[in-house]
Design a protein around this ligand. Structure first.
Ligand code: GAL
Length: 344
């Protein structure tokens, strides 16, 4: 097990950004302290060959100019808030409308565009990186000074990501991870033949701007039914543009439980994702349009990668019926995600 630190690049403001390579013989990761971004994630295929299974960029410029949230830590509030508005105790807050009329993934200079402080973690059975960021009261118009932490930790064939935050004023917090996975590696085509299982009997219907209508519907007899391992290609044509929805995970008791499984028969790679949060956004890379070139000089076309983002439901601050509460002073926001990599 080892952690190697190197210079990754320099921001236009002259700040040096570092990369941290974590290796334990089974997994190899590269994380940068810009955006607390996961730049590379190598896992073995069925023949033991390590390949990078996430999309991203070779250079810091790629991440600075990126508007697709490659490998990013997303926050303060992941996903959409309708019209960028919400109320806390009758006081109205107005956030940036950076996705049409809506607020998306924390705003303009959100957690994926700031510099985090990194500290290495070296334990007997695991290694990792702790990244912390102090988001000031009023940043992106969110209330409260927020001390936020992201910990990446690898142990054997699992990658754990822990999020933690503390505030001094009541504020909405919803932190998640936004890697685009392609278990065959992006150079070997798109994700339409990946099979996916989502442990959810219900999903959230959305309006044309991808804001939940407030209804919670059964997945049964719909293209949203992934209760059995199903090829993504099977029903995607019934979904205009592709999948970009939030599933209501079963067993919602804040404990870490299996939320989804993804299998790529070509490479034999399997990924199991567990979370402590109630929702899972499955986004099938619909807005990748071939105009972006990523790592290894690969052009990113529609469905080149898929995101599985565990979180509170989108627009939760405006839906008292959703399982969500604002983070208040003296409380801790916590979220754990576990990815387990194996082969079939
Ligand atoms: C996803 C979201 C998509 C899109 C994407 C970034 O999390 O569900 O609608 O905004 O991020 O391009």
């Amino acid at each position: 097990m080892q952690i190697t630190e190197k210079v990754f690049g320099e921001t236009p403001e002259g700040e040096t950004i570092f990369e941290y390579i974590l290796e334990n013989g089974q997994l190899k990761l590269k994380i940068i302290n810009y955006g607390a971004i996961l730049v590379e994630l190598h896992t073995p295929d069925r023949n033991g060959k390590l390949e990078d299974i996430i999309l991203g960029f070779d250079s810091l410029d790629g991440y600075i100019n990126d508007d697709t949230y490659q490998g990013a830590t997303i926050g303060r509030f992941a996903n959409r808030i309708k019209d960028g508005c919400f109320k806390i105790d009758d006081k109205e807050y107005k956030l940036a409308q950076n996705d049409g009329e809506n607020h998306l993934h924390g705003g303009i200079k959100a957690f994926n565009k700031v510099i985090w402080k990194a500290e290495k973690i070296e334990k007997e059975d695991s290694i990792g990186l702790e990244l912390s960021y102090f988001s000031k009261d009023g940043e992106e118009n969110y209330p409260g000074n927020l001390k936020s932490t992201v910990i990446y930790l690898i142990q054997d064939n699992t990658l754990n990501i822990y999020f933690k935050a503390f505030t001094d004023k009541t504020t909405p917090v919803n932190m998640s991870h936004h890697s685009y996975f392609n278990l065959n590696s992006a150079k070997n085509g798109n994700i339409l033949d990946h099979k996916i299982k989502i442990n959810a009997n219900q999903y959230l219907p959305v309006n044309k701007n991808l804001i939940p209508t407030g209804a919670i519907k059964s997945v049964q007899d719909t293209a949203m039914d992934f209760t059995e391992l199903t090829r993504i290609r099977k029903q995607i044509k019934n979904m205009s543009g592709g999948y970009d929805h939030n599933w209501v995970l079963n067993k919602n008791n804040c404990e870490l439980r299996l939320a989804a499984e993804v299998v790529a028969t070509k490479s034999g790679r399997k990924m199991e994702l567990s979370t402590t949060k109630p929702g899972l956004q499955f986004y099938s890379g619909n807005f990748l349009d071939g105009t972006m070139t990523g790592k290894y000089n690969i052009q990113y076309n529609k469905h080149q990668g898929l995101c599985l983002e565990p979180q509170f439901f989108p627009d939760s601050p405006n839906h008292p019926e959703f399982p969500f509460s604002f983070l208040r002073p003296n409380e801790i926001y916590e979220h754990s995600i576990r990815y387990r990599f194996s082969t079939i």
